[in-house]
Write a protein that binds this ligand. Sequence first.
Ligand SMILES: *Cc1c(COP(=O)(O)O)cnc(C)c1O
Length: 354
Amino acid sequence: MNRIVELRSDTFTLPTASMRAAMAAAEVGDDVWDEDPTIHRLQERAAEMVGKAASLFVPSGTMGNLCALLSHTQPGQEVILEVDSHIFQNEVAGASVVGGLQLRPLDTPDGRLQPEQVRHAIRPSDIHEPATGLLCLENTHNRKGGTCLSPKQTAALSDIARAGGFPVHLDGARVFNAAVAQGVDVKDLTGPVDSVMFCLSKGLSAPVGSMLAGSQDFIERARRMRKLLGGGMRQAGVLAAAGLCALDEMVDRLAEDHANARRLAEGLQGLPGVDIDLSRVETNMVFGDCRPPLTAAAFIDRCRAAGVLLDQAAPDRWRMVTHRGVSVEDVDHAVEAVRRLFGAPAAASLRVAG
Ligand SMILES: *Cc1c(COP(=O)(O)O)cnc(C)c1O
């Protein structure tokens, strides 16, 4: 009865036994001097997986995105992105503070920018206007539900940027979730863009770190930017060792998290005062909208008392995220606990057949 189901984020995943063993045994060196052999292995492996010439290990996704923005642009340029993107909403305005960039947010219903919409946002060459310097995509799109861009959509958006003469950066914090959910090679999602950042520390379960990948030139500039931001680490091969396990052992299992998210969303259908849009559940996230007088804060508090932890996304929205630390039994336990809390009958999907 004291089970805690951790649905706040996939960042709560703990390192596996094989990660801890690899960390203890890692061969290391000074990575600021570019002499850490484990970091080298991770960077080569990551670049190869996403089909880029080179990659860079960074302490966080936020720093990876900022290194990308700084390496692609000049101060005073404008960056086109989605209004609910992590870079616009959750990175402390680093692009503006550090990069001197102006952000141009575009709204979408589901996180998927439309090529026409991007085309219209490109600045003409006019002495009064900032120049468009970069397009940022996000796949999966976190705040809009963990929704995916397809290879075709990614390519169409990248074509618009190419025609406009500026590069594309993909915030692919969960790009492996997008690849697994769509049954495509991750290269099909990263091939069309100039650079991609992805997190090792979310569903892939590594304790720390993200990767930034792109051309050799781009990664050389990004390496300098990482130093500028204070992200030059020394014997960080102990962290990279866990990252290698993440890439080798943790990608395919993301399918389990997606199945669990769907089971969770279906199980929670019909709660009084809560709407869950099943059509948005494409990967490992479930969002619920509370109708007044129920607020997301009240919903979250009541769930917490029942041992189910979740995150607030907006005043009337909450988010549940599935990951390696949440089993199918945990999902069923959470569904039953929350339904009991709200006096809802048992979920049809969980009733024993017959
Ligand atoms: C988590 C996340 C990031 C940032 O990663 P941190 O390691 O938390 O800095 C960037 N983009 C998206 C979409 C994310 O979900």
